[in-house]
Design a protein around this ligand. Structure first.
Ligand code: ADP
Ligand code: MG
Length: 276
């Protein structure tokens, strides 16, 4: 044992107290599940006549499973999703224009290995953000680093970073994530500098990482947001070189839900008055 480890040991621990020493070592080795489970599992293995090797194997497997779960949770927190949504709660029948098979295929995340992009286009309330969040979650679960932002927030942060002379670091960080999700391109027109910075972000990720963009505007209207025809052309060129397009035009799910709720309430009220 090294001196440093000795120094960190709680006072009064000696070789005569193996549980305390073991707990200390397991903490140092960062094996919290082994620490939590080893006694219980030892009792079970003794009862069932499981040998030492198999006991150790089971214990280490528990640690591995837990570690994977903790890593996924960390990735989800790091992605900064505004909400955690999955495809399990996505109703494909509500949006017939969307290619369900394509979305399910994309959820397998092979496009991320190929560094391809996804663009979801459609009017407001059709589930673009929901779909992007679900694909982001799937990527976290498959082991990819993800960052979620809106176009407006991203551009603000890039401008702030530029003013504070930390643009290079921010651009490096943005280029490093395996999947960058830029939601809501189109709601806010960008300043010339903002558009330029957004273009640089996409450009630096080109063929290096995947990007998902959602927009309420068809491509021909992107110039309105980005200001310049030349910049829009160059940006679309990079973004759409390897891309899957999700067409999400239809009735707003939000409006449909609230109309449904209004009808349900009206029906309840009718029932209440008729039984009065
Ligand atoms: P958009 O980003 O296209 O404006 P959202 O993804 O924000 O739309 O959807 C609006 C709300 O409706 C969200 O709460 C979302 O979870 C829900 N929603 C939209 N489409 C669907 C769908 N097909 N199935 C389940 N929920 C949906
Ligand atoms: Mg949205």
């Amino acid at each position: 044992m090294t001196r440093a480890a000795d120094d960190k040991m709680p006072a009064g621990t000696t070789a005569g107290t193996p549980q305390i020493l073991l707990a200390h070592h397991l903490k140092q080795l960062k094996l919290p599940t082994v620490l939590r489970e080893y006694e219980k599992l030892a009792r079970e293995c003794a009862r069932d006549g499981v040998d030492h090797t198999r006991y150790l194997l089971r214990l280490i497997e528990l640690e591995l499973i837990d570690r994977e779960r903790r890593t996924v949770e960390r990735r989800i927190r790091a992605a900064r999703f505004p909400a955690v949504k999955s495809l399990d709660t996505f109703d494909f029948t509500a949006i017939p224009s969307l290619n369900k098979m394509l979305v399910l295929e994309l959820a397998r995340c092979e496009y991320i290995l190929r560094r391809e992009n996804i663009i979801a286009l459609g009017n407001s309330g059709t589930g673009k953000t929901h779909a992007a969040l679900a694909l982001g979650l799937a990527a976290c679960q498959k082991g990819f680093t993800v960052a979620f932002t809106t176009a407006a927030a991203l551009v603000n942060q890039l401008m702030e970073a530029r003013d504070e002379k930390r643009l290079l670091k921010m651009q490096r960080d943005l280029a490093a994530v395996k999947l960058l999700i830029v939601d809501e391109l189109g709601y806010v027109p960008l300043s010339p500098t903002g558009a330029e910075l957004l273009f640089e972000t996409f450009s630096q990720r080109y063929e290096r990482g995947s990007t998902i963009v959602t927009s309420n505007l068809p491509f021909e209207d992107w110039t309105q947001v980005l200001g310049s025809e030349r910049l829009t052309g160059a940006l679309l060129d990079r973004l759409t070189h390897h891309v899957s397009i999700l067409t999400m035009n239809g009735d707003s799910y939000r409006l449909k839900q609230s109309a449904h709720r209004r009808r349900a309430t009206a029906a309840e009220q009718n029932q209440a008055t008729s039984t009065d």
